[in-house]
Design a protein around this ligand. Structure first.
Ligand SMILES: *[C@@H]1O[C@H](CO)[C@@H](O)[C@H](O)[C@H]1NC(C)=O
Ligand SMILES: *[C@@H]1O[C@H](CO)[C@@H](O)[C@H](O)[C@H]1NC(C)=O
Ligand SMILES: *[C@@H]1O[C@H](CO)[C@@H](O)[C@H](O)[C@H]1NC(C)=O
Ligand SMILES: *[C@@H]1O[C@H](CO)[C@@H](O)[C@H](O)[C@H]1NC(C)=O
Ligand SMILES: *[C@@H]1O[C@H](CO)[C@@H](O)[C@H](O)[C@H]1NC(C)=O
Ligand SMILES: *[C@@H]1O[C@H](CO)[C@@H](O)[C@H](O)[C@H]1NC(C)=O
Length: 758
């Protein structure tokens, strides 16, 4: 199975309690949310109270051991509560307690699974990297599959000391000891009680029962966010150069919650425990490249835990998901920074020269810098099945030792064609397609993917000449400056957000295609000629790879602006993002080649150096999120579950978030289709500045801003404005423009204004 399909298989099934057949006395894992104001003062800690609560549920003898087995985790930060093994009757008893807030049945989630820093414009001795001392003293917590501590990316060369406020530790376990941590990797813990309670074993064949990474994903994401400089890193020669994270002086703490057991599962109770620990340890930034099913926020443990983290000033960055379709963004709660994936301006190629002198360049990741010279070409021109390398069509006697042409490849069957060539004993393959998503690990035979246009020339030669030959086929070329780039990766999940369509998601785009970062050296990355090839650095793709880029940028911004809230940091990243590619046209969708929209790229692609000095920010605090939740019409119990308090205030004004993007959802049968937004911006730029509103408005849409001039006479001063948007009833389904506030110092504070006309 390819890495793409593995990480995009995001089927987060809730373990339904099958009431009809299950024995009432059978235990299940539940996450129980409690109201801590009900804790009797006689209990010193919450855990004591949780244990006693569980003991009280036991009908027979209250054996301490039994209660020990029931309790998995006590949570103190993400929420007050615990996870435990309970029978249905115990659960219903517990739910009658006045202290009970909510029950979440255990659920299971999956992963969304160096040049990139340069692509982001981050240069060592200038801009944001200089101003932030490369993220010095900032701590990034990564919730993932663990870490390979010996990787050069986690060397603490040049690192500052562990910050005094840090409370985390490195745990002991299978092939892992606290001595493996250093001033770079300052924390490493693992959480598997929930997984084990569900009867899933962590077998030594498939994983390490410790923070050590078996999968490779966590080493990759954490080194992307904050890996140290590693010269000469490459993926079998491709993308060779110095690998470094976005914030190379930031500290890393790994919370392993995802396990590469044979079913590759992660339990919500474990993810919550990891997030709870990260908050308690004192991380500044949290990055998650995983997600669970689309759920309302009061049932979404990641959303609940993230709001708790935000309340403590921790920036929470999450991958948007790999479903590639509209209405599929994960982790879209408005307090989370939700990241989609874009391509880099880099391609990996092979060069093919035929005997007639025709030279063609095509995509390849074949991991050997070998040359194929003077090899016979095979083209099954008289048999369509052979020409398109259908399964079982090729004859070993005909193709043995030859370079096989497979024509009319569609994106979905290159892999099938490659397998057919390999099965029949072909020496190498030429595949013709304009859309190819073969993963690096799929290049198990020498293969080149050529565009249709070039393919037609190859076919012409192969049809006309006899005794056709390949003069040379060479691999391991890395090309920079690819145009257009960035593009929205074909797999990147698109808005509107399935839970709250009125908030534009994803927020931003960051590099997520063929990202080079640390990998695990103990397990083969791919197989070539029946040999496992291993690598310290690998090219991986996914929104999983995009999120840690933004976590790194957030760390750099945090180092420069310690006082900024998570919303301010996100605002700075969003309002300075760009929506044009390096051909100076709108960023395109990799899938269709057509211009993408903010539903695909949010506010645009991140532009870190600009984010350092955004001019204005759209700030928000927890009260704003509470007002937003009030507006969703949640009942008291549901409110309590998300905001983890028993008292709150909802004003009567229409709930609207001070979000740095604008999203209106209209029904085209209504007339007029208009909406007013009110926003407040805070001056974080020069003391006195005057901003003018500039609007970019397409036909069929009208946008007005009142007032259209904002005058600031001091830093941190706030000014409000109203933006009105109106859309014609015959406008396209998705129509958008931009508002940009521009001052005399050329700060450009840009926001997409999107309307969906259903
Ligand atoms: C650390 O873990 C290993 C493997 O589980 C174990 O053999 C060893 O005794 C542990 N060491 C300490 C100090 O706990
Ligand atoms: C492949 O596509 C070309 C151009 O569309 C067409 O002429 C040719 O017949 C196709 N070949 C097969 C085997 O379907
Ligand atoms: C290839 O072409 C040469 C010269 O045109 C001819 O002599 C030979 O018979 C051809 N071979 C085949 C297999 O058609
Ligand atoms: C979006 O997805 C949600 C959840 O899957 C679904 O309930 C909703 O109907 C979808 N909306 C649209 C417009 O497809
Ligand atoms: C739009 O409004 C019409 C009339 O009120 C209604 O019948 C229709 O279902 C609405 N469409 C959507 C997509 O909500
Ligand atoms: C928006 O505000 C303007 C000016 O206050 C008002 O005239 C208009 O009715 C409002 N539109 C909506 C849709 O609320």
């Amino acid at each position: 199975m390819s890495f793409y399909s593995m990480i995009s298989l995001l089927v987060f099934t809730i373990l339904h309690i099958n009431n009809a057949v299950s024995n009432a006395e059978e235990s299940q894992t539940y996450i129980i949310h409690m109201d801590h104001s009900h804790k009797p003062t006689s209990f010193v800690t919450h855990e004591d109270w949780h244990r006693s609560t569980l003991t009280s549920l036991m009908s027979s003898s209250s054996l301490a051991e039994q209660e020990n087995e029931m309790l998995l985790y006590s949570y103190n930060h993400v929420m007050h509560g615990f996870s435990a093994r309970l029978t249905v009757s115990q659960l219903s008893k517990l739910e009658k307690s006045p202290a009970h807030v909510a029950t979440y049945p255990e659920s299971f989630g999956k992963l969304f699974t160096t040049h990139s820093s340069k692509f982001l414009g981050l240069r060592q001795n200038s801009g944001l990297l200089l101003a932030s001392s490369s993220g010095q003293d900032v701590i990034i917590g990564i919730i993932d599959t663990g870490v390979w501590p010996e990787s050069e990316s986690f060397s603490d060369r040049g690192m500052s000391e562990v910050p005094k406020r840090w409370k985390g530790t490195c745990e002991n376990g299978t092939d892992f000891s606290p001595s493996l941590c250093n001033n770079k990797l300052i924390g490493a813990r693992s959480f598997s009680k929930g997984l084990k309670a569900a009867g899933i074993k962590i077998s030594t064949k498939y994983d390490f029962d410790s923070p050590r990474d078996w999968f490779g994903h966590g080493s990759h994401t954490s080194s992307t966010a904050a890996g140290n400089h590693v010269p000469g890193a490459s993926h079998f020669g491709y993308a060779k150069g110095t690998a470094r994270g976005v914030a190379p002086r930031a500290h890393v703490a790994m919370y392993k919650v995802l396990w590469a057991t044979d079913s590759e599962k992660s339990a919500a109770s474990d993810v919550l425990a990891g997030m709870d620990q990260a908050i308690s340890d004192g991380v500044d930034i949290m990055s998650l490249s995983l997600g669970f099913d689309f759920l309302p926020y009061f049932n979404d443990v990641i959303a609940i835990a993230s709001l708790s983290a935000i309340e403590k000033g921790i920036v929470v960055v999450c991958a948007a998901g790999n479903d590639g379709a509209y209405n599929t963004t994960y982790n879209g709660a408005p307090w989370i920074t939700t990241v989609g994936a874009g391509t880099l301006d880099r391609t990996f190629t092979a060069t093919l020269t035929l005997d007639n002198g025709l030279t063609v360049e095509g995509t390849s990741y074949f991991p050997e810098s070998v040359y194929i010279t003077d090899a016979p070409l095979y083209y099954g021109k008289d048999n369509a099945n052979k020409a398109i390398c259908n399964i079982g069509a090729l004859d070993h006697k005909e193709v043995k030792g030859k370079v096989v042409i497979c024509e009319n490849t569609t994106e979905t069957d290159v892999e099938g064609q490659k397998e057919e060539v390999q099965r029949a004993g072909g020496y190498a393959g030429i595949f013709m397609t304009d859309l190819s998503f073969l993963d690096p690990e799929d290049f198990s035979i020498p293969a080149i993917i050529v565009p249709f246009a070039a393919g037609a020339l190859i076919r012409e030669y192969a049809t006309q000449a006899n005794a056709t030959r390949v003069k040379t086929l060479s691999f391991v070329h890395t090309n920079l400056g690819t145009k257009p780039s960035p593009e929205v990766a074909y797999f990147s999940s698109r808005g509107p957000d399935p839970v709250t369509p009125g908030i534009l998601k994803p927020d931003v785009l960051a590099p997520g295609v063929d990202v080079l970062a640390a990998y695990i050296p103990n397990r083969g990355f791919m197989e070539v000629h029946k040999y496992d090839l291993e690598t310290d650095y690998a090219l991986l793709s996914g929104t999983s790879m995009a999120a840690p880029h933004v976590a790194g940028v957030a760390a750099l911004l945090k180092a420069v602006h310690r006082e900024w809230s998570p919303a301010a940091i996100r605002s700075a990243i969003m309002t300075t993002a760009y929506s044009s590619d390096n051909s100076q046209t709108t960023i395109k969708d990799q899938w269709s080649g057509l211009p993408a929209t903010p539903l695909d790229f949010g506010a645009g692609h991140i532009n870190p150096n600009k984010a350092m000095n955004p001019g204005l920010i759209y700030d928000m605090d927890v009260q704003d999120y509470i007002e937003f939740l009030c507006g969703l019409g949640y009942n008291a119990k549901q409110m309590k579950a998300v905001i983890r308090r028993s008292q709150w205030y909802c004003s009567s004004k229409p709930a609207e978030l001070n979000y740095p993007s604008f999203m209106a959802i209209f029904n085209r049968t209504d007339s007029p289709n208009a909406k007013n937004f009110s926003r407040v911006v805070t001056n974080v730029g020069d003391d006195t500045s005057t901003y003018q509103a500039y609007l970019e408005v397409p036909k069929g849409m009208r946008i007005t801003v009142q007032p259209s001039t904002l005058v600031f006479t001091g830093k941190n001063q706030e000014q409000g404005f109203t933006l009105s948007v109106e859309v014609d009833s015959d406008a396209p389904n998705v129509i958008y423009g931009y508002l940009a506030w521009i001052d005399q110092y050329n700060h450009i504070v840009s926001s997409p204004v999107v309307a969906i006309n259903y």
